[in-house]
Each structure stands twice: as C-alpha cells, then as structure tokens.
Design a protein around this ligand. Structure first.
Ligand SMILES: *Cc1c(COP(=O)(O)O)cnc(C)c1O
Length: 357
C-alpha cells in the first residue's frame, strides 16, 4: 500500500476548540466549511459533539451533509442562501443563516416560512466583499425585525487584516461596526481565528474560529496564544527509493536542482496530486525520521525528492513528515507562497486516519 497518509488527531482538535472558547470567553462556532479545511467535516463535527456551541459552513450542501450524518445543534450558513428556494430547507433542517445582501432581506420578507429563522446580519465594515453597508444596516435590521420572519438576529462582521498584528485596520473595522450597530440590542459575532488570538480588545458574544481549530497559526511570527495550538493533521509518507549521485547531476523535472556535492537523495511517495504544494521550492523543510531536512528539485504529481546526505541512518522506509507536530503547515506554506488554509484544503487522494486517544 502507498504509504502517503494524513493522520488526524481529534484530541488536538478538542484542545484547540477549548482554547478558542476559553480565551474568548464567548460561545464558539466551530468553522468546518470546505470539509473542515480538508480534515473531514463529519468526523470533526462528531469529535466536537456535546462540546461545540455550534458549527459554521459555507453553504447548504455542506450543512445537509452534516445533518444527514446525524450532526445536531446549530449550523450557520456563512454565505446564507444563494437562491430563495433554499429557505424552505433552512427551516426544515433547522439551520442558521447569514444575511449579507439586500436581495436576501427581500427574499426573507417574501418567503412563506413555517417557522421564524435564526439570522446573522452581516455588516461590510471594510472588507468590501459581502455584507450590508453601514448606511443600509440599521434599516435592514428593522425590516427583518418587523417581517416577523426572524426568531433571533445576531450582528456580524468579518475582519480583512486581523492576521497582521501591527495593522490598525481591525480597530478601524471595529469602530465602523460599533457605529453602525449602535442602539441595536442583539448579540454580536466578530472574531475569526486571528481576531480571536491576536486582538483581545475585540470581544463578541459568538466567535468563529476556523484555522486555529486545526492547530495552524494565522500569523507570520510567534504569538503566545497561537503557539499553544496543537497540530491536528500530520501529512506523512515514506522514502521509496534511494539515489547516490555525484556533484553536478540534475534531480527531477526541469533540472531545477543540480547536486552541489556527492549527494544521497531519497524519493518519497508524495506529490502535488496529494495536495503537497507544487510551488514548494528546493530547501522547503521536511522531517525525516525526526530530523530536519529539505526538499530538492520540483515536486512531481506522485513523488518528490529529499536530501539524505547528512542523514546516513535514513534510508528506504524512512518516515517523512511534511507538516504536523514537528513542522508547522504555516512554515511550509510560507515557503510555497501559500497559506496553511490552502495546504489543508488541497489535501486529496491520501487516506485520512483518525486517532482519538
Ligand atoms: C471562514 C470564516 C471564518 C473562519 O476564519 P479563520 O480565519 O479560519 O478562523 C470566520 N468567519 C467567516 C465569515 C468565515 O467565512
């Protein structure tokens, strides 16, 4: 059997969820959109059952997968509905729903619903992607209130630059949020992972941690709280072939790496078809039998090469960790011009093995 696999540590996941909840002193929706950032949404939701205050996904397709698997409790649709006919299913499956545009307010007003909805009215406080503008926001809130279609309205916004710890933008967005929601008596939801970890002065009733649940830091530098997170996914494989080459020999497609000295090279069963980033350059760190080494040459679809020259004890069958407890996905991502979110979401083909002890 091909040795490439992703180990998923559900204890670490719960540790990270608890850290989010405790530090925020708020209720926390576990953000498990995009198949729980590649970790498997159903398994992740199950591991947090009885503990999570609720879940958040991108769309109704993701929510229905969870309901079909027996997941109970609140599930928030972070982009609301895409078409008005989803409202019936939202009621039927007891889903919570973001409202980020005026056309959605109108659709809710027009809909004949069996039950009032739990709505999260999103403000565009400066991200300029979705959300009502500050000038439209209070009126939209009143319309939902008087429509009789809302059982509960939560006031929500999203930060664009909370991962930049020196950037004043999050404080500016907070001020816009506070001004636009002044006088509205309703719960709030502001924090994604970086806002939760890095901006303790930004408080809300509901936080929405995503990447931190999976143990990856959203920051580009050490940060005391983020450094307490535990990696949930270990991407690993094994050395399947060895090459001893003299200096001056090319390795892999395009000969982008040429041996600088007599070299011992390990070929590993891992490639971009598994989700390992193709743009990771020579020098990207890997862990071989517990010791740091580096990628050599271009990543291929199913294989890649690593340097074993300084690791004489390593050989056929040596274990290679690409990210996990000993090497952060954030560090690898930075090398590849990516972010840990993207590495996790790109995971494919490799079997996911779950551990819960
Ligand atoms: C994805 C998402 C989150 C989670 O963001 P992280 O940076 O992964 O914590 C929170 N809120 C909204 C609206 C999102 O779309």
């Amino acid at each position: 059997m091909r040795p490439a696999r992703a180990l998923i540590d559900l204890q670490a996941l719960r540790h990270n969820y608890r850290l989010a909840r405790q530090h925020a002193g708020a209720k926390a929706l576990a953000v498990i959109k995009a198949d729980a950032y590649g970790h498997g949404a159903v398994r992740v939701a199950e591991a947090l059952q009885g503990e999570a205050d609720g879940y958040a996904v991108a769309c109704i397709e993701e929510a229905l997968e969870l309901r079909a698997a027996g997941i109970q409790g609140p599930i928030l649709l972070l982009e609301g509905f895409f078409e008005a006919d989803e409202l019936e299913l939202i009621v039927e499956h007891d889903l919570w729903c973001v409202v980020h545009a005026l056309w959605q307010v109108e659709a809710i007003e027009r809909a004949a619903l069996g039950k009032p909805l739990n709505l999260w009215l999103k403000l565009d406080s400066g991200m300029h992607r979705v959300g009502l503008f500050p000038a439209e926001y209070p009126a939209a809130y009143q319309r939902l209130l008087t429509s009789g279609k809302a059982a509960q309205i939560t006031l929500m916004t999203h930060f664009a630059r909370a991962d930049e710890l020196d950037c004043p933008r999050s404080e500016e967005q907070l001020a816009v949020f506070q001004a636009a929601t002044q006088g509205l008596n309703a719960p709030t939801s502001l924090n994604n992972s970086p806002a939760l970890l890095g901006w303790p002065q930004i408080k809300s009733d509901w936080v929405r941690p995503g990447i931190m649940l999976y143990g990856a830091t959203p920051f580009d530098r050490p940060q005391p709280l983020a450094d307490q997170l535990r990696a949930v996914m270990t991407l690993e494989s094994k050395v399947i072939n060895l090459r001893e080459l003299p200096a001056g020999e090319p390795v892999g497609y395009g000969a982008t790496y040429i041996t600088e000295r007599p070299s011992r090279i390990g070929v590993v069963a891992m490639g971009y078809a598994d989700g390992y980033p193709r743009h990771a350059p020579t020098g990207t760190p890997v862990i071989i039998d517990g010791q740091r080494s580096r990628l050599l040459g271009r990543v291929s679809m199913d294989m890649l090469c690593v340097d074993l020259t300084h690791l004489p004890q390593a050989g056929l069958g040596s274990r290679v960790e690409f990210w996990g407890p000993n090497l952060s996905a954030s560090e690898v991502a930075a090398q590849a011009g990516a972010i840990p979110y993207q590495l996790f979401c790109n995971l494919k083909r490799v079997p996911r093995l779950y551990a819960d002890d």
